[in-house]
Structure formats: structure tokens, C-alpha cells
Write a protein of this length. Structure first.
Length: 200
């Protein structure tokens, strides 16, 4: 595939996001994950980790409907979104979990999503290690915040640590899949881990 074609495709999802009013092109990644794995259902309570600028939370708000609940967390400020509670917090800090629980009224989530990504250093081995660290934090979050039988979606950068992280997910979920959404850039090394039916 030529570089020109890759850029054209990337531009397509960017333009589509603008046209449909999504805050980011990554909204299409979640829509494609949803179409394949049906992780989010009407009335669900969903926690969105690494939510800025709010593209995934927009999709989730639509999918869960008025009976559902959405909490998004990020280090960065996120512009308000009707029907979504945004917390400006650091997932690397232990007290953040309690703040999410407080915002949820101590209700456990049906789905935990993590599109968290490290600040890219340009050194792939460092970036991949940081990505795995964030995924470990997201997995730790499921152990506190996710209902038994709940679902988990997590972005990770491919590398030697991926298989070790997969084993950890497999020990906590009955079904575990890897998926590369079409909306991901072809040059991207990201892959999404989908965990279904949480068992703590």
C-alpha cells in the first residue's frame, strides 16, 4: 500500500469524524470494535480511561442511551459533553480509583475502556514499555471497578511484552481477543485487547 493511499485513508476517517461531529477520528475505532464484539449495551455503566478529547465517550453515550451512565477520565481537560461525567485525574495515582467510585456512587461498571496512550518519546522500546504500564493500570482498574461478567477493551502497543500482558488478561476474562480496527493507521503498532466475561 502506497504512502499516498495510507494518507488518503487516514484523511478519510478524519474528514468523516468532522462531518459526523465526532471529537476525534478514534471514535471510528470504537464503533468498529463495537460492531465486531458488541461490548457496550443499552443501559450500561461505562468507564472510559484516557478519554480526551471525548471521541469515545461520545460514542458510548449514544450506545448506552438515556438509561446508561458514562464516566471519562484523563489527565487533560475535556470539554463538557451532555450526559457524561469527566474527571481530570491521573490513572497512575491510586486515589484516582476511589474518585471514580465516588463519582459512580460506588456502582461497579459493566464495561471499562482504555484508549490510554503514553507521551511518544520516539524510542519504540520505551514507548511500548510505557504503553504496557498504562495497560497494567487499566487491568488493575477492572479488579476494583468492573462487575463480574463485565467487558474490557484496552489499547496496547505491539512488542515483546504483549504476550505477557495477554496472559494476565486471560487469567481474568473467559474470552480474550486481539483486534486491529480498520480505522487505525496502517503504520500504527497499536492493537486492541478485548476481554469478555470478567471473573475476579
Amino acid at each position: 500500500m502506497t504512502r499516498w493511499y495510507k494518507e488518503k485513508k487516514r484523511e478519510h476517517f478524519y474528514k468523516e469524524a468532522k462531518k459526523k461531529g465526532f471529537r476525534s477520528r478514534s471514535a471510528f475505532k470504537l464503533l468498529q470494535i463495537q460492531k465486531k464484539f458488541n461490548v457496550i449495551k443499552e443501559g450500561n455503566f461505562v468507564v472510559d480511561l484516557g478519554a480526551a478529547p471525548g471521541g469515545w465517550s461520545q460514542v458510548v453515550r449514544y450506545l448506552v442511551g438515556p438509561a446508561g451512565k458514562v464516566i471519562g477520565i484523563d489527565l487533560l481537560h475535556i470539554e463538557p459533553l451532555d450526559g457524561v461525567v469527566f474527571l481530570k485525574e491521573d490513572m497512575k495515582k491510586e486515589e484516582t480509583l476511589q474518585k471514580i467510585l465516588n463519582a459512580a456512587g460506588n456502582q461497579k461498571a459493566d464495561v471499562i475502556l482504555s484508549d490510554m496512550s503514553p507521551n511518544i518519546s520516539g524510542n519504540y522500546s520505551i514507548d511500548q514499555a510505557r504503553s504496557v504500564f498504562l495497560c497494567e493500570k487499566a487491568l488493575d482498574t477492572t479488579k476494583i471497578l468492573l462487575k463480574p461478567g463485565g467487558f474490557f477493551v484496552c489499547k496496547i502497543f505491539e512488542g515483546e511484552d504483549l504476550k505477557f500482558f495477554l496472559k494476565k488478561v486471560e487469567s481474568n476474562f473467559k474470552v480474550v481477543k486481539q483486534y486491529n480496527p480498520v480505522a487505525s493507521r496502517k503504520s500504527s503498532s497499536e492493537v486492541y485487547i478485548i476481554g469478555k466475561y470478567f471473573q475476579n
